[in-house]
Design a binder for this molecule. Sequence first.
Ligand code: ADP
Length: 326
Amino acid sequence: MTKIKTIGMLTSGGDAPGMNAALRAVTRAAIYNGFKVKGIYRGYRGLVENEIADFQAQDVSNIIHRGGTILRTARCNEFKTVEGRKKAFENMKKHDIDALVVIGGDGTLTGAREFAREFDVPIVGIPGTIDNDLYGTDHTIGYDTALNTIMWCVDRIRDTANSHERLFFIEVMGRNAGFLALNGAIAGGAEAAIIPEISIEQDQLAELIEHGFRTTKKSSIVLVAESPITGGAMGLAERVRNEYPQYDVRVTILGHLQRGGSPTAQDRILASRMGAAAIDALVEGQRNVMIGDDDEKMVYVPFSKAIKNEKTIDPQLLQTVHELSI
Ligand code: ADP
């Protein structure tokens, strides 16, 4: 194994608030430990297309509070091919990069695993996604900020929902995971959450309406996880219009609003700890692991586990929404 001297870092896939705090932590912890750092722009695309620059400690000044990612992010189909990854490896060599820290979601870690398998590159992953859908970590970077944004939006929609006595479906992100919808519903005091994890087993809309939904209330708010499985907020609203025409139903899709904004304290702390832990991992000779947060402790989770294992939703949370919405 070659001794690591230079570490390349990138952000990839969907952006998440706190990615900048993670880049700052990776850069500074690496320099503190005697490594050189290179920033790779636009995720794997920058590796394939050779968009790589030296990073010093001052290059990550004043970014801890900024949303988005100063390295930019992208989706790169070329990296999904062997030829693309070969180009990426050649560019790594050109820049004397011996190891990588990649910050992103499920796709980013899947790409890292493929790359590490083929080219024997030590890679450490940091979970950066608002969806919180990676196994082996209690939280992913960006999740808490997105949750707070959702709560802020629900508060505002509640004012208008109440005034007009309406039923609102609010669609939130999360791909095929219901963490944002479920915890957003609890934090926003919503009447229900419709999530893909449960949709497979039961018709949540029918259950909602049949359980005396809205009998004691002037308005109702239901959080819906975006997913073909739930049908999304539009799909559910359409069903209500057809099957329960007595309801005055409206839809708000929060969309990319959830991706932006200054990271919360929790996300900044998580990103800072994970960035430093990624460098510790490389110092300890770890490779092909994701940094996880297990009960406030930084742990190493093999890529294969983080990607393949399903992170489960605690059904008790759904029961809590149900109980508190009477
Ligand atoms: P996220 O990391 O947020 O889940 P994506 O799923 O878009 O985002 O993945 C980000 C990038 O990771 C892709 O654009 C691609 O370059 C790389 N990637 C994803 N899956 C693979 C794969 N199976 N093999 C190689 N690279 C992959």
